[in-house]
Design a protein around this ligand. Sequence first.
Ligand code: SF4
Length: 224
Amino acid sequence: MARSYVSEARRKRVAPKKERIRPIIERLAAEHADAAIALRFRNPLELLVSVMLSAQTTDVNVNRVTETLFQKYRRPEDYLAVPQEELERDVFATGFYRQKAKSVRGTMRMLIEEFDGEVPRTLPELTRLPGVARKTANVVAAELGHAQGIVVDTHVRRLSQRLGLTRQEDPVKIERDLMRLVPREDWARFPHLMIWHGRRICDARKPRCEDCPLAADLCPSSRV
Ligand code: SF4
């Protein structure tokens, strides 16, 4: 299905992507001034745990769970002070609870043993943590003000293809294309803009091109 986005992107004549990227960002920033991470956290540790729990579920669901979770678990040691089964029960509602509890505990152990109990800031360090893949690491690094890549989720992937910013299918290759294109100072906010635009206007099945600020001249897939 994704392949059709790529062919869609050949339909309408638009300027080269290098010329369009800044206006795309500016217009999306004006349209979605509130675009930001939807997970609730108060410190880097809560951010890391929230992002780990958010795999395969909604941010709303994670926030519901972490509201009480973070009252009970405040330091990395707290996650190791209870039996694994207790943590599994506490994160049950986020789904895949066994694997998530195992990853969180493994990550806490490594934070204590190798990082003085602090959340590291670099991608190579973050991706060493058990259960922390590149996407999770990118989200954490960006939210902590150290973006070293661009988060590619389902919305970023779909919109990048529709906007003709990439022809790739693989998230790692899409990220590489975007890193060449998006100004570095926008690496952190770019995914938020794409995600909110994807949720509100450029829906996977029914894009609302008639309401889209990119439709007239910036999107090759525009249907208006
Ligand atoms: S909603 Fe906007 S970004 Fe999506 S396909 Fe239509 S014009 Fe392009």
